[in-house]
Design a protein around this ligand. Structure first.
Ligand code: FES
Length: 117
């Protein structure tokens, strides 16, 4: 399956140590900005009981779920306590000149997004 890059906004649209969401046909995707301006994307659903990770606290390259404090790695998607699990991680890239964030989506998902607009 092929994928392509989709512009989703600017780095400055996301508060440092915070997140914004993109709604797609495969669910909400959380876009995180760390204190060091690194950008990550994961599904916005904690593997423990579905907590909204976009409302969690971002620290280093991790987010703490707002419901039961599981820590999720933003690089691998792996969860550390209170349960085991993993969230899906998406590729993102940032243009260093314009600070535009682009998200990689499978072409079939991107086509569904465009059809919904
Ligand atoms: S729902 Fe995230 S830790 Fe429970």
């Amino acid at each position: 399956m092929t994928s392509s890059w989709h512009r989703i906004g600017l780095v400055t649209d996301i508060p440092r140590r915070g997140a914004r969401c993109v709604v797609t046909p495969i669910g909400r995707i959380a876009i995180f900005r760390t204190a060091e301006d690194r950008i990550f994307a994961t599904e916005d659903r904690c593997p423990h009981k579905g907590g909204p990770l976009s409302q969690g606290i971002v620290h280093d390259a991790s987010v703490t779920c707002p419901l039961h404090n599981a820590v999720i790695s933003l690089t691998s998607g792996e969860m550390r306590g209170p349960d085991e699990g993993r969230v899906r991680v998406f590729s993102v890239r940032v243009d260093p000149l314009t600070e535009v964030i682009e998200l990689s989506l499978a072409d079939d998902v991107a086509a569904m997004c465009e059809a919904a607009e």
